[in-house]
Write a protein that binds this ligand. Structure first.
Ligand code: FAD
Length: 429
């Protein structure tokens, strides 16, 4: 008889419920618990009007805003073997995503494994590094009771879209308007008639910039990327990044100046693991690179710790699925990891490749359309999982281009799958 492997999963967002699903499916060899700070599954997709702190004094986790419609079509939004409701259009609301995750958790018996209102406060390795066990300290928020449990493996699924990355702008202390981060943005009406500078043109910056432009008198989308050349609202202009703030004025790189009521930082989020003791061997460099990691998901110092969902610029749920199956293959022993030195060398070589194409350290976990196929094929091969059908990669590439060429209208199209390789784009009714 095989020994039972005890596993703790931290967080019941989309990554944690995926891990729980596959651990539950192998209950003959895995006994697992999911610890979730809040009262429901879904993490990011649990919308709340609240900002600031929750009733237990924790920072509000979700950065979701009221009218968010996904930036990827549902054909890419879901886990690779579980489709969204076919009656929905391709671009869906955050409510639809939450429903999808609820259905998934129900279908795969996840809920029985989740301890809600339970925060993980500390994770410490016990025993030798090659085969460490983990002492996990949790606090039950309703009773304030603290417990410690020992596990053979830990899946860290606490998300990385909650702690704002705030740029340090010269003159910020002199600015007479409001400075906010998109983490606390909920809906546009509060900006009616104002001049708003959105700093950053990633998915949040562009989406929020367009939303705010429906009510604001003027919006500046401030960024150093290639400017959008597609149609944009008449009251939205693009300017380079911010150089400094002076009283009621924003000074942009190159010298342009605009008076502004609000500067809204759409500058992304930090990776944080407040519960990991230093003995866990994982550090976060420049708030954006978690190291040392093998294949962006295994702690090289202690390979029974898995961090699910580190990659950025990705189709997240697809990545979670492949990372979880790879991690389980490692735990089950069907994949033999390279030596520690080999894994460290691979991580170093990969980072060097990224630097060579001009990427910064903050892109250490970027898996864009060019890297996605290779990354997933690699995980699929190691984990003996079916690779992603070519049609999904093709939609990914195409849908990213659509954002750039049709920023105001790309969500009005639907994707229809013809076969494993081909799709067609149709105007939504
Ligand atoms: P999360 O969803 O953040 O879940 C983490 C969970 O861990 C939470 O439930 C939290 O309460 C829990 N937790 C944290 N710390 C502890 C602790 N110490 N103890 C116990 N529990 C803990 N992706 C897309 O594919 N398409 C989109 O259109 C899209 N839009 C987005 C829009 C916004 C505004 C944001 C912020 C993100 C968006 N994303 C989108 C990315 C989205 O975050 C991922 O799709 C995915 O939901 C992340 O899942 P996760 O499980 O990694 O993290």
């Amino acid at each position: 008889m095989l020994a039972i492997t005890r596993v703790a999963v931290i967080g019941a967002g989309a990554a944690g419920i995926c891990a729980s699903r596959f651990l539950a499916a192998r209950h003959d060899i895995f006994d697992h618990v999911v610890y979730e700070l809040s009262e429901s599954i879904g993490g990011t997709w649990v919308y709340t009007d609240r900002t600031g702190k929750d009733e237990h004094g924790f920072n509000i986790h979700s950065s979701m805003y009221k009218y968010l419609c996904t930036n990827f079509p549902k054909e890419l939004m879901g886990y690779p073997d579980t489709d969204f409701n076919p009656d929905l259009p391709s671009y869906v609301s955050h409510w639809d995503v939450k429903d999808y995750l609820d259905d998934y958790a129900q279908k795969y018996d996840v809920l029985d494994h989740v301890q809600f209102s339970t925060v993980v406060t500390k994770v410490v390795p016990v025993g030798n590094t090659a085969n460490a066990k983990w002492e996990v300290t949790v606090r039950h928020l309703q009773t304030d009771v603290e417990e410690k449990h020992v596990y053979d493996a830990v899946f860290i699924c606490n998300g990385h879209y909650s702690v704002p990355r705030m740029p340090d702008l010269p003159g910020a202390d002199t600015f007479t308007g409001k400075i906010l981060h998109s983490h606390s943005y909920r809906e546009p009406s509060v900006f009616e008639g104002q001049t708003v500078v959105c700093l950053g043109a990633g998915p949040s910056g562009t989406d929020i910039g367009l939303e705010v432009a429906t009510v604001a008198s003027h919006v500046v989308l401030s960024h150093n990327n290639t400017p959008f050349v597609c149609p944009l609202p008449d009251n939205l202009e693009q300017l380079p990044g911010i150089e400094q703030l002076e009283g009621d004025t924003v000074v942009f790189i190159g010298g342009a100046r605009r008076r502004a009521d609000v500067v809204l930082f759409c500058t992304g989020y930090e990776y944080t693991y407040p519960f990991l003791s230093s003995a866990c061997g994982v550090v976060v460099e420049e708030k954006t690179r978690v190291t040392p990691m093998f294949k962006h998901c295994i702690n090289i110092q202690h390979p029974s710790m898995f961090l699910i969902g580190l990659p950025t610029n990705v189709v997240p749920l697809i990545i979670f699925h492949y990372q979880v199956l790879f991690a389980l293959a490692v735990l089950e022993g069907t994949v033999k990891l390279p030596t520690k030195d080999q894994m460290l060398a691979e991580e170093e070589a990969e980072l060097k490749k990224r630097f060579a194409i001009g990427w910064k350290k903050s892109y250490a976990h970027k898996v864009n359309a060019d890297l996605l196929e290779e990354y997933l094929a690699d995980l699929a091969k190691l984990g003996a999982v079916k690779p992603l059908p070519a049609v999904k990669s093709a939609i990914y590439r195409f849908s990213l281009e659509m954002i750039f060429t049709h920023l105001m209208s790309f969500k009005t199209f639907n994707y229809e799958l013809i076969d494993d390789k081909n799709f067609k784009l149709v105007k939504a009714k």
